[in-house]
Design a protein. Structure first.
Length: 322
C-alpha cells in the first residue's frame, strides 16, 4: 500500500531503467538497420547522402510544463527537426534524442514524451533510432533528424533568382496566436481559440510538401521556425536577392483572426513574424504550375532584404539573444 508517495519518478527507475522504458515504446522502421541498445545506431542511406538537422529545446525557453504535456513536447520536438529535413527536399528517416531530465520527473511524463516522439515520427514513417539520457535540473531535449534525398539535389537557401515567385505551404500565425493567448492568460473558451493554443503546443508541418517542392523544381526552400520575414531574410541574403511579399496574398486563419481580435493585435504580425508553425516557404520558377497546397505570396527581384508592400511590421521574428 502506498502511504507517503504514489508518483513513480525517473529517479526510482534509475538511468538504465529509464532507458529501457523509453526504448520499449519505440518501434523501428525500415531505414533503421540497428536501433537502440548499442554504442551507435546504424541507419540505411539509399541515396548515399544524408540530410541532417539538430535542435535544442529547453524547459522555460521553448516550452512550459504547465502549458504543455509531455506528449505535446515530444510531438513538438520531433516536428521542428523533421520539418528542417523536409525543407531540404528530403524524406525524414529517423531522429536521435539527447534527453536531460530531473530525477523527480514523473515516469508518466516521460512515457508521454516518448509516445509524442514516436507518434510524430510515425507521421512521416521515421523512427526514434537512439539517443542518450542524463540528469538535469530542467527538461532539456537535443534532437537530431536524418533524411534521405531520394536522388535529388538538396534544396538550399541560396537558389533564389530575380523573376521567380515565393510560395508558402502550411499554416502561419497559429502558433504565435496560441502562445500570445497563453502568455496573456486569456480565457480559451471556444474551439477556435483552443485550435490556436493547440498549434503552439503541437505544430503540424506539411512534411510531404518538402520533397514535393523539390520535384516541382523549387530553387530555394526553408522551414518557417522563427517568423516568415526573418527566415526569408536568410534566403534573400544567401541568394543575393530581394524578396517582396504581398500582404493581401496571405490567408488569415479563423483561430488567428479571433485571437487577434481578443488581444487587440494585427493578425498579420503573427502571420509574418510569428514562428513555430513550421510551414515551408519556397522559391519556384515563375512558370511552374503549383498545386493548391502552395500559396504564392510574393516575388523575387534584384536587390536585398525582405519587404512587405504597403505595411510596416513591428518585428521580423524570433531571435534567441534579442
Amino acid at each position: 500500500m502506498c502511504v507517503r508517495r504514489c508518483v513513480i519518478t525517473v529517479g526510482d527507475l534509475g538511468e538504465f531503467g529509464a532507458i529501457n522504458r523509453i526504448t520499449g515504446r519505440l518501434p523501428q522502421g525500415a531505414a533503421v538497420m540497428l536501433g537502440p541498445g548499442d554504442d551507435a545506431a546504424v541507419i540505411g542511406a539509399p541515396d548515399g547522402r544524408v540530410a541532417v538537422s539538430t535542435d535544442l529545446l529547453i524547459e522555460g525557453r521553448h516550452f512550459r510544463r504547465d502549458w504543455s504535456s509531455g506528449y505535446d513536447v515530444g510531438r513538438k520536438a520531433a516536428a521542428q527537426n523533421l520539418a528542417d529535413v523536409a525543407a531540404m527536399g528530403a524524406t525524414p528517416t529517423c531522429i536521435v534524442v539527447g534527453l536531460g531530465i530531473p530525477a523527480d520527473l514523473p515516469v508518466t511524463w516521460l512515457d508521454a514524451l516518448t509516445e509524442g516522439f514516436r507518434d510524430e515520427c510515425a507521421v512521416v514513417g521515421a523512427s526514434v533510432a537512439g539517443g542518450d539520457i542524463t540528469r538535469c535540473d530542467l527538461v532539456v531535449l537535443g534532437v537530431t533528424a536524418l533524411g534521405d534525398l531520394g536522388g535529388r539535389p538538396p534544396v538550399t537557401r541560396a537558389g533564389a533568382a530575380p523573376g521567380q515567385v515565393v510560395a508558402v505551404a502550411g499554416r502561419l500565425g497559429y502558433a504565435a496566436a496560441g502562445w500570445a493567448l497563453l502568455e496573456a492568460g486569456a480565457p480559451v473558451d471556444s474551439s477556435v481559440l483552443q485550435e490556436a493554443v493547440a498549434a503552439h503546443r503541437r505544430p503540424c508541418p506539411p512534411y510531404a510538401e518538402g520533397p514535393r517542392a523539390a520535384e516541382l523544381g523549387a530553387t530555394a526552400m526553408l522551414d518557417v521556425s522563427d517568423g516568415l520575414l526573418q527566415d526569408l531574410g536568410h534566403v534573400a541574403k544567401a541568394s543575393g536577392v530581394r524578396i517582396e511579399l504581398d500582404p493581401q496574398a496571405f490567408p488569415i486563419g479563423e483561430p488567428v483572426a479571433v485571437a487577434a481580435k481578443e488581444l487587440g493585435v494585427d493578425p498579420l504580425e503573427w502571420v509574418l513574424a510569428g514562428g513555430e508553425d513550421h510551414a515551408l516557404a519556397a522559391v519556384f520558377p515563375k512558370d511552374v504550375r503549383l498545386p493548391a497546397s502552395w500559396q504564392v505570396v510574393g516575388r523575387v527581384i534584384e536587390g536585398d532584404g525582405v519587404l512587405v508592400y504597403g505595411r510596416e511590421i513591428g518585428h521580423s521574428g524570433w531571435d534567441h539573444f534579442r
